[in-house]
Design a protein around this ligand. Sequence first.
Ligand SMILES: [Zn+2]
Length: 190
Amino acid sequence: MQDFIDQATKNGVALLDTGKCQFCGADYRRGIYECMENYNNGLLFFDFGDIDNHLYRFLSVDAHALQHPEIHGRWSDHFHLTRLHLILERKQPWDYNKSPLLSDYLNRYKSNKPNEFLIVPKSLNRGNIRAKDLTKATTTEECAQLITKWADEVYQSWSSNHEVISRIADGFLENYYIETTEGRKTTKRK
Ligand SMILES: [Zn+2]
């Protein structure tokens, strides 16, 4: 909880504790505080012991983060938007091993481009579906469809950055496949 408050302070953003969430517009009474407390509630349907369901966690984490960039470090936007691009546009299967690889790639990338800023869409203009809407779903399938739609809406709302992100995705994929191919060669030699 403290993390997002600290990050907002760092970003010079005042957090409001009444009414709707000031960033995504979810209909709460204690604003972003309630939005943060509840954002996992829509995922209760999923059995995360089943690896196929991990996708919905990645998509919802990315969608929520990109609806609330003011409470994250700015390079988080690069991470979440690139991951959405890789999953939604490039149809890359994703798993928990790939996220740290993407982080590593972005760490190298940002040391070459320390002044690159993404264009952040205005708050309340980052897709109409919110984490809170997931709780209206009555089946796992319905919830999965809603998450996919939510992620897509948020992704589209960041469209001014798609070109930059697409280039980052190219670099990541190239690097990823070189690393995995070299990894295989190493295994053969053993
Ligand atoms: Zn919110």
